[in-house]
Design a protein around this ligand. Structure first.
Ligand SMILES: Nc1ncnc2c1ncn2[C@@H]1O[C@H](COP(=O)(O)OP(=O)(O)OP(=O)(O)O)[C@@H](O)[C@H]1O
Length: 195
């Protein structure tokens, strides 16, 4: 029986960086949990790599089959784009171990669907001041920095990851992402123990 190691945490805690490093670590043999999206494929993207690209009809079909585990909809300037996790043959938890990345809500949905023994949360933390600095540094490096969005997310994090919500979700173990290399080592050891 495989497990899903699901990396969660507030914005700019290093989730994506950690997720990529875990996938690169061959000794962990983790497959990526690839989300589905209804947004159009961008240049350079590949079907099934960044996302499983689908459309509203594809989503409806999966919903009718009871295969959509969690879904988030974003009202963008191009219309509503949906991102969701679905239980399809692309994810074979019977055979393989997976790594995924997401938010507290999506973790709860996955845990309710697959069961707590199969979905292991990897909760990442960084002190708020340091986290804001990292978010700012990352944004400054973008062609069109979106500082207002950065602030909105930073403030929303306090609510989305309120201590009572973390406790409610049953998250006990936390990883503090100070030194990246050290964090990866600790998380990798934890995954090996829980595989
Ligand atoms: N231990 C670390 N020390 C310093 N910088 C780090 C560390 N870990 C990650 N970073 C940097 O912090 C920034 C945020 O990391 P990353 O994008 O992986 O976070 P995230 O949690 O996926 O963010 P978001 O949810 O906002 O997309 C990146 O620029 C990354 O290079």
């Amino acid at each position: 029986m495989g497990k899903l190691f699901y990396v969660i945490g507030k914005s700019a805690t290093g989730k994506d960086t950690i997720f990529q490093k875990l996938l690169e670590n061959e000794s962990l043999a983790l497959k990526p949990l690839v989300l589905y999206t209804t947004r159009p494929m961008r240049a350079g993207e590949e079907q099934g790599v960044q996302y499983h690209f689908t459309d509203e009809a594809g989503l409806t079909e999966l919903q009718n089959a009871g295969k959509v585990i969690e879904l988030r909809a974003y009202d963008t300037v191009h219309g509503v784009w949906k991102y969701f996790t679905a239980d399809t043959e692309a994810t074979d938890l019977e055979k393989y171990n997976y790594a995924g990345v997401g938010v507290l809500e999506s973790y709860r949905a996955l845990r309710n669907y697959y069961g707590a023994e199969r979905v292991i949360p990897i909760y990442i933390e960084v002190e708020d001041g340091e986290r804001l600095q990292r978010a700012l540094d990352r944004e400054r490096g973008q062609q069109e920095p979106k500082y207002a969005e950065l602030c909105r997310r930073f403030l929303a994090d306090s609510e989305d990851f309120a201590e009572e919500k973390i406790a409610e979700a049953g998250i006990e173990k936390r990883f503090y992402n100070r030194d990246l290399k050290e964090s990866i080592e600790k998380i990798s050891a934890y995954i090996k123990e829980h595989k």
